[in-house]
Design a binder for this molecule. Structure first.
Ligand SMILES: Cc1cc2nc3c(=O)[nH]c(=O)nc-3n(C[C@H](O)[C@H](O)[C@H](O)COP(=O)(O)OP(=O)(O)OC[C@H]3O[C@@H](n4cnc5c(N)ncnc54)[C@H](O)[C@@H]3O)c2cc1C
Length: 435
């Protein structure tokens, strides 16, 4: 047996995956190389810049090593689906066996359909069907390989470590680190997840997203660890794993989403603002809205953002600033260590009200109220925006009212005006307007 990792750096760049995610993946590959070496199994790393190069490279490798059977985990964005199909054809075409595993989902896209035989576009009925389809077989995890001899030295992987984003301390990579993180979460935070999960100042979520996105742990492994003892319907944590599967089922069933389209195509005609200075203020955490700025600074300084903040920051961009959600989607992909096309696109289209089962267009989060509600003591916001350290709690999310001289921008847009403008603009792009 040999393991093989194909690095498609040009393709990843074209998907806007940034240096943090790439460095995390590379560190994960190094960890995998040493895990496999301990079992006497070499891991080969090949550069295939584009997915289109993969079939020929795999065939060549199988011929070179005499391998008779290829096993891989399927992925669901459009280009990945095309790649997997071509690899399958190429490998079976030379008479070798090919097996695909569902490593990135709990239930395979295409497996769950409505009573009318269509893909689900609404989360709650999807979740009901998802739970009823769970079985011992769907929760099976592919076992680790057996040792095939004495331990060997891991092959050195020729990446320039010095040039990589060094997040080792905040994002330890590899399957052992993932397991450790999962065990810690189950022990320390799972019981309080429902209560704590919305508060960015509390370590209340699992932070497993970089591992789930890179494949160093699978959602089935996570579900087996957290979900199966209590009533699964009411588990807030399992609910998030279902959202994760839901968005994968959506992109697999509706390929226009992978081509940059709004899930509801009429929103492709919505008129967005051209506002480069607003976009720049948003990216750099200088909007004058403390919770939005804290969120964006968490993203750019750590490569991760709390889920509540992802919704607040995303909605601010596409509702307050009326900037095309695709600008934000791309920036998140570039910055996130857990960049994941399905979850990111789903989250952006939810926030922009253009997606499946999205927030209704007239829902516009008020960043001041969101701050008061989800960071009531300002622990998180003051950590990320130290300019506001001295501002008393009651003015923290509207610091202008404090009457202090601060090295912090005034709000770049008025909330009330922006909310009304967004509602009007969205209303005008509804397909069945009678006026
Ligand atoms: C605008 C926007 C962009 C997002 N971009 C990404 C992204 O690129 N990559 C990513 O993994 N998640 C993304 N999410 C979903 C979610 O914010 C993160 O998965 C979550 O914050 C990761 O932290 P955690 O592992 O502690 O989550 P936990 O709360 O511990 O959840 C466990 C796991 O469930 C999955 N999950 C949780 N919430 C969601 C959700 N709303 N949608 C889909 N899956 C979910 C993740 O895999 C997560 O690791 C995005 C959400 C929004 C609103």
């Amino acid at each position: 047996m040999v393991g093989c990792f194909f690095e498609a750096d040009a393709q990843w760049r074209s998907h806007h995956e940034g240096p943090r995610k790439t460095a995390f993946v590379r560190r994960s590959v190094r960890a995998l190389a040493s895990d496999l070496a301990a079992l006497g199994i070499p891991l080969l790393v090949r550069k295939v810049p584009w997915f289109a190069d993969a079939p020929a490279a795999i065939v060549e490798l199988m011929q070179e090593t005499g391998a008779t059977h290829l096993q891989f985990a399927a992925e669901y964005p459009l280009n990945e689906v095309k790649r997997d199909r071509s690899v399958w054809r190429a490998v079976t075409g030379i008479g070798r066996q090919c097996t695909r595993h569902e490593g990135s989902v709990v239930l395979r896209p295409g497996q769950l359909l409505t009573n009318a035989g269509r893909p689900f576009t609404v989360f709650t009925p999807f979740k009901r069907r998802w739970i009823s389809a769970l079985s011992a077989a769907t929760l099976e995890v592919v076992p680790s390989p057996e040792p095939q001899g004495e331990a060997i030295a891991p092959l050195s992987v020729c990446w320039d470590e010095a040039a990589e984003a060094d997040d080792t301390a905040i994002w330890p990579a590899g399957s052992h680190a993932a397991r450790k993180q999962l065990d810690r979460f189950c022990l320390e935070a799972l019981q309080r997840y429902q209560k704590d999960r919305d508060f960015p100042g509390v370590e209340g979520t699992s932070r497993l997203s970089p591992h789930l996105a890179a494949g160093t742990i699978s959602p089935r492994q996570v579900l087996n660890a957290v979900g199966l003892d209590g009533p699964i319907e009411s588990s807030a944590y399992v609910n998030e794993l279902v959202w994760r599967d839901f968005y994968r089922h959506v992109i697999a069933a509706f390929p226009h989403v992978s081509r940059g389209g709004s899930f509801h195509p009429h929103y492709d005609h919505l008129r967005w603002e051209q506002n480069p200075s607003g976009l720049e203020a948003w990216k750099s955490g200088q909007t004058g809205y403390p919770l939005v700025d804290a969120a964006m600074r968490q993203l750019t300084s750590t490569g991760w953002m709390h889920n509540r903040l992802r919704m607040v920051a995303a909605m601010f961009l596409c509702k307050h600033l009326l900037i095309d959600w695709r600008e934000g989607e791309r920036f998140f992909m570039e910055q996130l260590v857990d960049a994941d096309f399905a979850a990111n696109n789903g989250g952006w289209q939810w926030s922009a009200s253009t997606g499946t089962d999205a927030a209704p267009y007239f829902r516009v989060f008020n960043p001041e109220l969101q701050g008061q509600r989800f960071d009531p003591e300002g622990t998180f916001t003051r950590r990320m925006v130290p300019e506001l350290k001295e501002v008393p709690d009651r003015f923290l999310f509207n610091p202008l009212k404090a009457g202090l001289t601060l090295n912090y921008p005034r709000p770049i847009i008025d909330h009330g005006m922006a909310r009304q403008r967004a509602i009007d603009r969205y209303r005008n792009s509804q397909p069945n307007r009678s006026d």
